[in-house]
Design a protein around this ligand. Structure first.
Ligand code: FAD
Length: 419
């Protein structure tokens, strides 16, 4: 049997051949359900290990969504090893962390230039759409290591047979693979097949407004210029039960906002989709009483770009694997955004999956190897998920206890970076 760390290191060694060269793998046919950040990263890593990858994505990708996303050292390190350098598509390093009271009094300022140099890989702030695009290209482009992954958009998966390793599409077609990765996000359909029942999502109790403004618009206004002067500065205004997080992305040309508050106050009633619209009036009402300079900042938002986002949570699953199906990313462990690790943990899952399917893997070992993937990943991902819950549950205490600072150092530390 493949047990724990010894087995993990055995497969990790066989992946690198012990001397940095990749050994030929058996070339399984892998069906990936969902081309989000996790599914695409898995496709890149599996392709590089010599597997044939077919990805099925429900959307058309005509208008990919999202604002900014953290690439902390742990996830940035994985991407770099896969040949993806986020600086190439405008991700900028996080250089400072500053905290204010709602009234605008500065309570903390940490220079992150030092830690960024100390960590093996810098902490980057990326635009999700640019990241997604880069991952899609790396998974599917003809050049590069291994066979390009086939990406089938507008192909919603409606069923999976975990024992047979087949998926069924909305048009009735059934496709046979060697194993299936369920990377279909927070509202996963593959999760039900692993759990053997419906797994209900519930609200984490918080909702968020999301939008971006240009950094120049903040600099042009004498009232707000001070917030935009330093490149790479992440600012948090901590209220009692609400907070506003702002950070730059896209070569420091845009400022991304996530404003987190109790569900009950969410303007549009909160929606468990990524594209629910809201209004400036609703936003300023929820953050009434905050520093007028901060309100001036959020008032610069383009009113058509404002999104209300309900932050969902879910019970911890007893297992992520059934037969030849394994869950990955938000399908396995939906993340609240309070520590910027949802994408990072999906990326870590993806690389771990490729590591356990390296070397001379045999078909008879598929379930065993998927279980090994779960063993490597579950405790770590769910521990970080729990930190994220804590960080979101008591916003004021989190500020007082330096949770954010703790997070910055924790996830950026070399020990984690190398794991
Ligand atoms: P996701 O990135 O959610 O990807 C899941 C994919 O599966 C999606 O492309 C979905 O269309 C597809 N899918 C779902 N069901 C099916 C099905 N039945 N058949 C085929 N395909 C299916 N995080 C942030 O920090 N900031 C953001 O601004 C942000 N915006 C987002 C916008 C969108 C549209 C999405 C989908 C996610 C966004 N996230 C954002 C979340 C973040 O990307 C994920 O939480 C994290 O990266 C985990 O990635 P994942 O691959 O597990 O899931």
């Amino acid at each position: 049997g493949l047990n724990g760390t010894d087995a993990a290191s055995k497969y990790a060694n066989s992946a690198s051949g012990g001397n940095g060269t990749v050994q030929p793998a058996s070339g399984f046919k892998v069906l990936v359900v969902g081309a989000g950040i996790g599914g695409l990263t898995a496709a890149i890593a599996l392709r590089q290990q010599g597997h044939e990858v077919l990805i099925f994505e429900q959307s058309k990708f005509n208008n990919e969504l999202g604002a900014a996303i953290h690439l902390a050292p742990n996830s940035n390190g994985v991407l770099r090893r896969l040949g993806i350098f986020a600086e190439d598509f405008g991700a900028n390093p996080m250089q400072a962390l500053t905290e204010y009271t709602p009234e605008g009094e500065c309570t903390k300022h940490i220079d992150l230039d030092g830690p960024n140099k100390m960590w093996q890989h810098p902490w980057l702030l990326a635009h999700r759409v640019h990241l997604h695009d880069a991952l899609k290209k790396a998974a599917t482009r003809p050049e590069g290591q291994g066979k390009p992954a086939e990406l089938h958009t507008s192909n919603r998966v409606i069923d999976v047979d975990p024992e047979a390793a087949t998926i069924t599409l909305e048009n009735g077609e059934t496709i046979q693979g060697d194993f299936v990765i369920g990377s279909d996000g927070v509202r996963s359909v593959t999760r039900k097949k692993v759990a053997g029942r419906d797994v209900n999502l519930f609200s984490s109790g918080k909702s968020a407004f999301r939008f971006m403004i240009t950094r120049q618009s903040a600099l042009d206004d004498p009232i707000t210029a001070k917030f935009a002067q330093s490149p790479g500065e992440l600012i948090i205004w901590f209220g009692t039960d609400r907070r506003i997080v702002m950070y730059p992305t896209t070569n420091n040309t845009q400022l991304n906002f996530v404003c987190i508050h109790p569900d009950s106050e969410s303007g549009a009633g909160g929606a468990d989709t990524w594209s629910q619209k809201t209004s400036l009036e609703e936003m300023t009402k929820v953050y009434e009483g905050f520093d007028p300079a901060m309100i001036a900042l959020i008032s610069k938002a383009d009113k058509d770009s404002l999104k209300a986002w309900k932050l969902m949570d879910m019970e911890t699953l007893p297992t992520w694997v059934r037969g030849k199906l394994a869950l990955l990313g938000d399908a396995a462990h939906p993340f609240t955004p309070h520590q910027g690790q949802g994408g990072g943990q999906a990326i870590e899952d993806a690389i771990s999956m490729a590591v356990v399917f390296s070397g001379d893997a045999k078909k008879e070992e598929i379930n065993e190897r998927l279980n090994l993937y779960e063993k490597i990943r579950k405790e770590r991902a769910e521990t970080i998920q729990e930190y994220s819950r804590i960080a979101g549950s008591d916003i004021k205490a989190v500020g007082q206890n330096n949770m954010q600072t703790y997070t910055v150092y924790n996830f950026g530390h070399d020990e984690y970076d190398n794991s």
